[in-house]
Design a protein around this ligand. Sequence first.
Ligand code: SF4
Ligand code: SF4
Length: 242
Amino acid sequence: MRVVVYPGTFDPVTLGHEDILKRAAQLFDQVLVGVAVAHHKQTRFTLDQRMAMVTTAMADVPRVRVLPFDGLIMDFCLKHSASAVIRGVRNLTDYDFEAQMAAMNRKLAPTIDTVILLPQPDLQCISSTLVREISKLGGDVSGMVSPAIAQALKGCVMALTITDECINCDVCEPECPNEAIYMGAEIYEIDPNKCTECVGHFDEPQCVALCPVACIPVHPNFIETRLQLLDKYERLTGKKAD
Ligand code: SF4
Ligand code: SF4
């Protein structure tokens, strides 16, 4: 069986990624999507959210498995008996980088080939970075990601509002590193221009995790339950949540 690995951060997965993945699935018997843990950079989405988004996007494509990966991609390939690694290349800048990576990876694991695929021309301008920036500014990303992912992006922005259930306990405001939370007319509010959706010590936006009364709506993609969040709050602050 010919197994190929397609590694990336997928923060979030785009239509360009999906195009590469679908064509890789036609060339190989099994495609393993390696979603990077990405310790080295702050991602917009948690590892579980990024994996869930790739799984959703590829739900109709057979022989695709989504796995987390940490460390060297060649070790991941060897561990899963992959014969090749897929890289998507959009332009010459990408190609220069990928050519260097391919040469280095060949030194590390001579039996594993690098297969370079180009996305369709109309998808070559898309990157996860652009999708994140455009969605953050309220722009339309429907031509860049699948409908489910566009909804997830929208939901994350919507998650960072404070409802009138707020009891003004003042837990979230001092913890916000960007001074994005302030006292509005009667309850606390979040300034979307300052909020970076930081995750702090948590796996989701810091204020969402700390709020003891769930008045900052929790996005359905969040993996922890409210009880788990309350447990974290008590552990980290030493205070009892009501
Ligand atoms: S997510 Fe972070 S930056 Fe945004 S309002 Fe909450 S604590 Fe502040
Ligand atoms: S932590 Fe929740 S209840 Fe407390 S001030 Fe912030 S939004 Fe309101």
